[in-house]
Design a protein around this ligand. Structure first.
Ligand code: MV4
Length: 489
């Protein structure tokens, strides 16, 4: 592979290019009209304009991306995350064009894109699953019977879903049918596929995922877990590795289960197997993400591996150069996603021009971003500004570094989730490790941030007053200097 086209934008495009460059591989950016001045365009060796701002006409256009690759002679395409990264048709079209898709084969993507197909595929692989049915509900009465057996509440899920879309909690038998009708029509309008199934509802789960890495020669390894329970409307905000509650014994079992999931779909490349963990630390397979994930840096920090480098090596057909026994966790890493969203206004997008953009740096700080002061956040795409990653020899140190890094990060021109990150790092439940996917719902309200800002403002006011008094005294001294001398400047 001599030249890679990155079919993405923002921080992930830059992040992939950095590794390509390190490996001596040339890079091609694609960009939309809204991204003419974007950093990924500037950073790449070559850049191709592929269309107007809306993603559907640019970053999501299979034809345009492949045309750009042919035009520039790219022999590999990295899809990043989002956009076309989990589009089986795209993976197929890339291979058909004689270009290497840096990701799993189209079959794996397709299989894991359907929750029911995924359940079916892993059936004989001894993977712990949430009690429920593993086929689409056709007979409502039968489903109701099974629901009673499992015990309410149960969850109706869309097979084509993911990220929480098309999910319905059913509290009792009476509300089964109306909730089911809603789930089906929601699934049809969102995914064009009304297949739904039921699972026992795990009330206070943690979301823990395992990073896996597989080569074309049958080697599959797990790169430990990431804890992603701090989410808002299925959008992760804080992630960490390792999880504060996963023991070496659980880690080994989860890792082995994740490897079997990968084997069940002939997986190649970097992938993530998601699990739910209940309050008794039982874990259940949820779904597999067949892409590089946003939060992959925390895994890189604790393993010392470059996941993009591994993706490229595996895509070139190389054998993984290490074994499971070679991998170990060193230290602890946290990631805060900094979104241009207003934590004081229900996390609504708050895009604008970054009038001030001063970033933290130093030991144990990694910042994956794609902005510079003066740049404007486009309204067309994901409003993530940056991923602030901190590393420490232990969890406490990583948290303390995150606090300091947040304080050293100065953004003006858009409201961001930075103060929310501070709230999390200062929260007793987070610090103790005793939290679940309801953390934000249970503990967060904007008053906490207002209070925090109030305290900060009070501190600033006090500092300002002291400065004023000191200056006044100094100036008074100056006033005693004879005017003839003072004016002689
Ligand atoms: C669940 C669940 C409870 N019980 N399944 C949400 C997204 C999709 N990937 C699966 N999800 C869930 N599935 C059962 N049987 C609770 C969730 C869930 C959740 C999972 C992970 C992280 C955040 C979440 C927030 C709400 C619900």
């Amino acid at each position: 592979m001599k030249k890679i086209l990155i079919a993405n934008r923002g921080e992930i495009a830059l992040r992939v290019m950095r590794t390509a460059r390190k490996m001596g591989i040339r890079t091609v950016a694609v960009y939309s009209e809204a991204d003419r001045d974007a950093l990924h365009v500037r950073y790449a060796d070559e850049a191709v304009l592929i269309g107007p701002a809306p993603s559907s006409a640019s970053y999501l256009s299979i034809d345009k991306v492949i045309k750009a690759a042919k035009l520039t002679g790219a022999d590999g395409i990295h899809p990043g995350y989002g956009f076309l990264s989990e589009n089986a048709e795209f993976a197929r079209a890339v291979e058909r064009a004689g270009i290497t898709f840096i990701g799993p084969n189209a079959h794996s993507i397709e299989l894991m894109g359907s929750k029911l197909a995924a359940k079916e595929a892993v059936k004989d692989y001894n993977i712990p699953m949430v009690p429920g049915v593993d086929e689409a509900i056709i007979d409502v009465d039968k489903a109701k019977r099974i629901a009673k057996e499992i015990g309410f509440p149960i969850l109706i899920k869309a097979s084509a879903g993911g990220g929480g879309k098309g999910m319905r909690i059913v509290e009792d038998a009476a509300s089964f049918e109306p909730q089911m009708d809603r789930a089906v029509s929601e699934a049809i309008s969102a995914f064009g596929d009304g297949s739904v199934f039921i699972e026992k509802y795990i009330g206070s789960p943690r979301h823990i995922e395992i990073q896996i890495l597989a080569d074309m020669h049958g080697n599959v390894l797990y790169l430990f877990e990431r804890e992603c329970s701090i989410q808002r409307r299925h959008q992760k905000v804080v992630e960490e590795a390792p999880s504060a509650i996963v023991t070496p014994e659980i880690r080994k079992r989860m890792g082995a289960a994740a490897v079997r999931v990968a084997q069940a779909c002939d997986y190649v490349g970097a992938g993530t197997v998601e699990f739910l963990m209940d309050q008794d630390k039982n874990f259940y397979f949820l779904e597999m993400n067949t892409r590089l994930q946003v939060e992959h840096p925390v895994t890189e920090m604790i393993t010392g591996l470059d996941l993009v480098e591994q993706q490229i090596r595996v895509a070139r057909g190389e054998v993984l150069s290490f074994f499971q026994e070679d991998l170990k966790i060193t230290g602890h890493a946290l990631e805060l996603r900094i979104y241009a969203e207003d934590p004081l206004n229900d996390f609504l997008p708050s895009v604008g021009t970054l009038d001030t953009y001063v970033t933290p740096s130093g030991e144990g700080i990694r910042l994956d971003d794609s902005y510079e002061e003066g740049m404007t956040i486009p309204i067309y795409y994901d409003p993530m500004i940056a991923k602030l990653v901190t590393y420490g020899s232990n969890r406490e140190e990583a948290i303390q570094r995150m606090r300091e890094a947040i304080d050293a990060y100065h953004i003006k021109g858009a409201q961001t989730t930075l103060p929310f990150g501070k709230f999390v790092c200062d929260h007793e439940a987070f610090i103790s490790g005793n939290f679940d996917t309801h953390f934000i719902k249970n503990y967060y309200s904007k008053e906490h941030i207002l209070e925090q800002q109030g305290t900060e403002m009070a501190v600033a006011a006090k500092a300002g007053l002291r400065f004023f008094l000191e200056e006044r005294d100094r100036l008074r001294v100056n006033n005693r200097i004879p005017s003839s001398w003072k004016n002689n400047r």
